[in-house]
Ligand binder design. Structure first.
Ligand code: PLP
Length: 398
């Protein structure tokens, strides 16, 4: 029998599997489980979007596209990002279409990181950040954010980890798993530090439209401030966005990066040798998504908003500390007050009450006392899951 472990890349061998996937293998092996686990909208993509993909196939569009992606889509992205994030990118050479934000993120890292470069991010954070940095031969430097600071990254905390080897800062607001967003003041402080220390900033804004405080009293929308739009930042920022979350298009696997032309070009080189291009029918669907824009997003967002309010109220009634998430579709209650750490809580709750939630430690050490619950689920499932959680907590020894 071949010794596969010795054949495999040792970096890969030592990488842990995603805490979410590991947990969901348990879920898949049992029946009757309800889940607040996976970070995925409970509804399909809007019909217009699906129809555009169907029409593309009907027309026989089954070819490759340009490596950067369809120019028509890049032009739509340029217009959309300018109106949503107030920063303008050229469709010709500053935008690349990718297979999800996942690929865009990986390309950006591989295009920039040399062995030993330090890559800073705030924790708890999306599960793939640290492993992706390691695979790109960078050194992950996590900054723990706290419930007392509403999980916001402060310029002071950033300052404290910057060294001569710091090269990249990763921001994700609204944050998966905490729903945190930053004030203008904090973003400006962080931008100032990025400029002073010559950092490249990745801003993963995959949840930017799912920001619940953007509706103004007069009914207008004031979208979330992007660090890319601050003075002096466009030239050092990679803006990452995609269609999975706000447009409920996870399975289309489509995202994009906007960045200065030399960086886009370097990312394109890796993309053309590894992925070639994103699927054409998904690109057609994405054009339709952007044309529909807020009109398509708004009904889904309204549902998430009321489910969020319902869920947070229920946690507070159970005596769990939980910051009101300002964006995305996750709540991150602190469960250690029940006497159980997040992982133990999630395992016992799953075993005894058949409800799946994600242990907070999947999002880094800073999440050990927490669990993540996704509220992009039907109200029926949310109510039932929270009902069972109350029973579970009530029966724990005090
Ligand atoms: N970035 C964040 C913060 C996420 O939460 C996710 C998915 O959960 C991704 C990126 C990956 O998204 P995509 O489906 O576009 O690859």
């Amino acid at each position: 029998m071949m010794d596969y472990q010795s054949k495999l890349n040792q970096e890969v061998v030592s990488l842990p599997k995603s805490g979410i996937r590991e947990f969901f293998e348990l879920v898949n092996n049992s029946s009757d489980i309800i889940s607040l686990g996976v970070g995925e909208p409970d509804c399909p993509a809007p019909w217009d979007v699906r129809e555009a993909a169907i029409y593309s196939l009907e027309k026989g569009e089954t070819s490759y596209t340009s490596n950067l992606g369809l120019l028509e889509l890049r032009k739509e992205i340029s217009t959309y990002v300018e109106s949503e994030a107030d920063v303008s990118y050229r469709a010709e050479d500053e935008i690349i279409i990718t297979v999800g934000v996942s690929e865009a993120f990986d390309l950006a890292l591989r295009a920039l990181v040399n062995e030993g470069d330090e890559v800073i991010y705030h924790e708890p954070c999306y599960v793939s950040y640290s492993p992706s940095i390691v695979m790109a031969k960078g050194v992950p430097v996590g900054i723990k954010t706290t419930i007392e600071d509403k999980f916001e990254l402060t310029p002071e905390a950033l300052q404290s980890v910057i060294t001569a080897k710091s090269k990249i800062l990763i921001l994700n607001f609204p944050t998966n798993p905490t729903g945190a967003v930053l004030s203008r003041e904090s973003l400006e402080g962080i931008a100032k530090l990025a400029i002073e220390n010559d950092l490249i900033v990745f801003t993963d804004e995959i949840y930017r439209e799912l920001y619940y405080s953007e509706e103004q009293a007069d009914g207008s929308i004031k979208p979330l401030l992007s660090i890319a739009s601050l003075p002096g930042m466009k030239e050092r920022t990679i803006f990452l966005h995609g269609f999975s979350k706000a447009f409920a298009m996870t399975g289309f696997r489509l995202g994009f990066a906007c960045a200065p032309a030399p960086i886009t070009d370097a990312m394109m080189k890796i993309h053309q040798y590894s992925m070639l291009c994103a699927p054409i029918m998904s690109q057609r669907a994405a054009i339709e998504a952007l044309k529909g824009g807020r009109k398509l997003i708004s009904p889904m967002k309204q549902r998430y908003h009321s489910r969020r309010d319902f869920m947070i109220k229920a946690f507070h009634e159970m005596g769990l500390e939980c910051v009101v998430p300002e964006g995305a579709f996750y709540a991150f209650p602190k469960v250690s007050s029940t006497g159980l750490m997040g992982k133990e809580f999630a395992l016992k709750f799953l075993e005894q009450y058949k409800v799946a939630v994600v242990p907070g430690e999947a999002f880094g050490e800073a999440g050990q006392e927490y669990i993540r619950c996704c509220y992009a689920e039907s109200m029926e499932v949310i109510k039932e899951a929270l009902d069972r959680m109350k029973q579970f907590i009530d029966k724990l020894p005090s």
